[in-house]
Design a protein around this ligand. Structure first.
Ligand code: GAL
Length: 802
């Protein structure tokens, strides 16, 4: 029976290391108590010294008591330590690991463990970890510059594992299918000791409480440690919309003893990249996605399961994407588990960024690739292995090895290797390309053939990003153009059948090195800010899904915020069939998705280019026909300024005479209906309509009343294997719920109950919004958070901790 004992609590930490610490392990002075995931240094939001976390630190823990029989062994399993770790047991060196993104484990030799009997290991057994979080040139991704921070510490969870010495390892599950309906199940594994003829493998396949398949297979009948089960026909395939998971249990029976050795959630599905696109279970799916770093404000990479789940959920349910690229390294296993559960496809790649080091460095990179694939090959959500260092140059020897390694380990998935230039040597299956051609007024994406130089599967793995960095507190025009650039690229990916899809850079803003970003150690490349609050560009993605109505209007309608106080065209991101617009509750017009400019994407933006409607006829003294002409001229004035087309000038002259109008009268009309400078502010209402029913509404109005809102992603936190967290988002809105984008007042949070705030408890709003994470403090109860704005506005959030 395999036993997993999480050891995430009761660690001791100090941000330095002395050789003498190894011999004085029981001495706790100088150390502080911490829980994992742990960051070796909490950082400010921005403007900090990036070398402050690049240090060598010490972690130690007194192991819990455990009982191990003669034929069992005990190991310690680390999910992720940045970037180099040395492990010691009771002062004796056990081993080392290079690379911060993949798991590793070491056996704890019984001879080194202190015990009261040969089975009861119940004395003071200390595990010590020396953690080197410096950017060492010998470890990928380091060696030159990197556009993200890698943070430090034991930032993922740790477990003890007690296992029979004879065990199955490297269990790999494949689910081939000819038709996407009837599936085979292929299982392969290694065994740690030689087997006897009487050994048997027990296999069970469960659908919740229903056992679909039960087999006992004599070891003698197994060829090459493989089990094949053909034509499972009651299987529901794993799909994006219905990500059905089953549980596979494998046990090895030897000498009448049965060991449950492996339990794994699996999904039945096939994936294929072809030159005309990506196929899931034989059905073509256009990939629409975002890149994600695994970083969070203040604590960097150190966030437990629920925060990883929340990012996956936000991608799937809020941003409506169907794929995420885990740039530029393997993510937490929790993130992948959640992607499996919710049906979010994943592209995973080995750690690295542009730079390729020497032979030893390359061997470490290959080792990380090996560790990544073995860890993740059973995740149905993972569809492609990235086997090149992101955006590195060609390297025949290195990339022959890396693509071959991936192929040897996994024949079911395609390989890619992200590059940023055309005509690269292709040793992989898919030409994965970062396409930054779009500059606003040119083509949105390159033609695949121009880049790959031959017909082959092709995927855009990044676009936008540094080409148009945009802050949530930027001007309107900047935020709108940012959104439109994403829209143009998405549309272009849909219009080109040979492009499997496009993955935008990136999900949220992130801290970076001084060589990149906006000088404050932030790359403002996200469609969300660092706190996961949306910019207008988030609406482009959110509006492409069909699961729930979405409507956002990319304008604050504050005329003083626009050149010449002209609102211009209003861009609406929505999946509604059409919208109706009202001004001060008077109907103006109905608008439809702009299928001319955005002919291919599922839900083109709607361009509202007329906020006058019939009002000139209804409110003024013009005939219906003349009102239409005047409206056209006013809108042309908005477009062309004084340089009106000749026909407009002629018509204007005729109407001036007919209605005895002066230039001042015309200017008044322009001010009243278009520019509005000198007029009372108006309220605009946008009704989003699906199947002739209003399903969503946005109201834009100048506000006198302000509301401080706060919302926890989750109000029930549970301590399972370690502390739990939730994000609490805070924003200042008008009464209609629209965020007030220039609000920067100071927010102060006071917490009571068994909860702690991660990072500062007092901070300013950024672009009208902010968020903070709270973590459980090891006790049950109710946590209460009072949130106060500097002007006295208040709100609160309550969280139950199980
Ligand atoms: C790419 C790179 C990403 C990020 C992005 C910004 O070149 O792969 O990591 O730096 O640029 O647009």
């Amino acid at each position: 029976m395999i036993q997993r004992i999480p050891i995430n609590n009761d660690w001791f930490y100090k941000p330095t290391f002395n050789q003498s610490d190894l011999t004085t392990v029981a001495n706790e002075s100088d150390f502080i108590k911490v829980r994992l995931p742990h960051t070796n240094k909490e950082l400010p939001y921005h403007y900090f010294d990036e070398s402050s976390y690049q240090l060598i630190s010490s972690y130690k823990i007194k192991l819990p008591t455990f009982i191990v029989t003669e034929d069992e062994e005990i190991s310690v399993h680390f999910e992720g330590v940045m970037a180099y770790a040395e492990i010691y047991l009771n002062g004796t060196f056990l081993g080392e690991h290079f690379g911060g993104y993949t798991p590793f484990e070491f056996n704890l030799p019984k001879g080194l463990l202190k015990a009261s009997s040969s089975e009861h290991f119940d004395k003071d057994n200390w595990l010590f970890v020396k953690v080197d979080s410096r950017e060492r040139d010998d470890i990928p991704p380091f060696g030159y510059v990197v556009d993200y921070l890698t943070y430090g510490g034991i930032y993922r969870e740790v477990q003890l594992q007690i296992n029979h010495t004879k065990k199955l390892r490297n269990v790999k599950i494949e689910t081939p299918s000819m038709d996407g309906k009837t599936f085979n199940l292929n299982i392969s594994f290694d065994v740690t000791q030689s087997t006897q003829p009487s050994d048997e493998v027990l296999l069970e396949l469960w659908d919740d409480d229903n056992c679909l398949e039960k087999q006992k297979i004599s070891w003698l009948k197994l060829t090459d440690n493989h089990i094949h089960i053909n034509e499972l026909d009651q299987i529901i395939p794993w799909k994006i919309t219905t990500p059905k998971l089953y549980v596979l249990k494998l046990a090895l029976q030897s000498n009448e003893q049965k060991y449950f050795l492996h339990t794994c959630k699996i999904g039945f599905r096939t994936v294929a990249f072809k030159s005309d696109g990506f196929y899931l279970n034989g059905e073509k799916v256009k990939l629409r996605g975002l890149n994600r770093h695994q970083s969070y404000p203040y604590v960097g990479y150190a966030m437990p399961k629920s925060a990883q789940f929340a990012d996956a959920d936000q991608l799937k349910y809020e941003l409506g994407v169907n794929v995420v690229r885990s740039s530029h390294y393997p993510p937490s296993r929790h993130f992948l588990d959640r992607c499996d559960e919710i049906g979010l496809l994943v592209i995973e790649e080995l750690p690295g960024w542009q730079h390729i080091g020497d032979q030893a460095w390359q061997n470490l990179a290959l080792n990380s690739l090996d560790e990544m694939i073995r860890r993740d090959w059973n995740h149905p959500s993972v569809i492609l292995w990235g086997t090149r260092i992101n955006e590195s140059k060609d390297d025949t020897a290195f990339y022959t090895k890396s693509s071959q390694l991936a192929k040897n380990l996994d024949t079911t998935r395609a390989t890619g290797g992200v590059r940023n230039f055309a005509g690269s040597e292709v040793l992989e299956d898919v030409y994965t390309y970062n396409d930054f051609v779009h500059r606003g007024n040119n083509r949105a994406l390159e033609l695949p053939k121009k880049i790959s130089k031959k017909e082959m599967p092709y995927l855009v793995t990044e676009h936008n990003g540094h080409m148009y960095p945009t802050k949530s507190f930027d001007t309107e025009s900047k935020k709108i153009e940012h959104a439109l650039r994403h829209a143009r690229v998405i549309n272009s990916a849909y219009s080109e059948k040979n492009i499997s899809g496009a993955i935008g850079w990136c999900m949220f803003d992130y801290n970076t090195h001084k060589d990149f970003g906006s000088g404050d150690k932030i790359c403002y490349h996200g469609v969300l800010d660092m706190f996961r609050n949306p910019k207008y560009a988030a609406g482009v993605y959110a509006s492409q899904q069909s699961d729930q109505p979405y409507l956002s209007v990319a304008s604050n309608f504050a005329i003083g915020d626009y050149e010449a106080s002209e609102l211009g065209k209003i861009i609406v991101f929505t999946n509604c069939d059409y919208i109706k617009v009202y001004r001060n509750d008077i109907y103006i017009n109905t608008f439809y998705p702009d299928q001319t400019t955005f002919s291919a994407m599922p839900h083109p933006p709607i361009i509202v280019d007329d906020l006058i409607g019939n009002l000139l006829y209804e409110n003024e003294r013009f005939s219906e026909k003349d009102a239409a002409i005047i409206k056209k001229i006013l809108l042309h004035f908005l477009k062309y300024g004084g340089e009106l087309p000749l026909i407009d000038k002629i018509q204007m002259g005729i109407l001036f005479v007919k209605y005895k109008m002066s230039f001042a009268d015309a200017a008044d009309l322009y001010g009243k209906y278009i520019a509005g400078w000198g007029e009372k502010s108006k309220t605009y209402r946008f009704d989003g309509i699906m199947k002739d029913t209003v399903v969503s509404q946005v109201i834009k109005s100048a506000a006198d009343e302000f509301i401080l809102r706060a919302k926890a992603d989750c109000t029930l936190l549970t301590e399972e294997e370690t502390y739990d967290v939730t994000r609490v988002s805070v924003c200042l809105t008008d009464p209609y719920g629209e965020t007030l984008a220039y609000a920067s007042q100071i927010v102060t949070c006071t917490v009571s109950g068994p909860l702690e705030i991660i990072g500062p408890s007092s901070f300013s709003l950024i672009g009208g919004a902010r968020a903070f994470w709270v973590k459980t403090a090891g006790k049950k109860g109710t946590g209460h958070i009072e949130i106060t704005l500097e002007n006295g506005l208040e709100t609160s959030v309550e969280i139950t901790i199980k």
